[in-house]
Design a protein. Structure first.
Length: 200
């Protein structure tokens, strides 16, 4: 078994570990039957984020089925860097799963909160306000490195940039919903990375 087969198997294992759990939590949250107005994300985000993410997912699945079909966008990377990508993917995948579990029924795929939405400040939300986006970024970087594929890197970077843009709208909606409680939360937590602890 060559290195390429090993990395492909690792990604397949990660894929089948994360996707079903993500679907489970999304379906569980959707059982409320609430209609979420995704138009509040803004037309630009609405018309770009999900289509690009869908194309990226299709490209990743294509690689998993037959890497030769994605060879047109492959690049050469050191073996050591690919193993770093595996470790990053593992850490990001764990964060993603913990975030799904922590959000529970508050999980949505848009900026709109649910009717019975609560402000989540436990688990990874104790340290950052958007651990889901941080985890997605880590996974996107990791699978781009492990597959050595520039198209996955480019489409992943585009998705991350769009999520960053959407975050501004999301935080406005959270302030509208939770007011001073969310403003206070902002003071103690970083947006994507933990704030430095002040020991003075």
């Amino acid at each position: 078994m060559n290195d390429e087969h090993i990395f492909r198997i690792i990604i397949i294992v990660g894929f089948i570990s994360i996707i079903p759990m993500g679907l489970y939590h999304r379906l569980r949250a959707h059982r409320t039957g609430e209609k979420l107005d995704r138009r509040q994300e803004g037309l630009f985000i609405l018309l770009t984020l999900r289509p690009i993410a869908g194309i990226r997912m299709a490209a990743l699945v294509t690689y998993l089925i037959n890497p030769e079909l994605m060879r047109w966008s492959s690049v050469s990377l050191p073996l050591t860097l690919r193993w770093v990508g595996v470790l990053l993917g593992l850490a990001s995948g764990i964060l993603l799963l913990v975030t799904f579990r922590t959000l529970d029924l508050n999980l949505t795929d848009t900026v709109v909160t649910r009717k019975n939405h609560t402000l989540v400040t436990n688990g990874p939300y104790r340290f950052v306000r958007h651990p889901f986006y941080l985890a997605f970024t880590g996974v996107a970087i990791a699978d781009s490195i492990v597959t050595t594929n520039w198209f996955l890197a480019l489409s992943g970077t585009t998705c991350v940039a769009l999520l960053m843009l959407r975050t501004r709208i999301e935080e406005e909606k959270l302030i509208e919903r939770f007011g001073d409680e969310y403003r206070k939360y902002i003071l103690h937590t970083g947006q994507f990375f933990p704030k430095m602890v002040n020991f003075s």
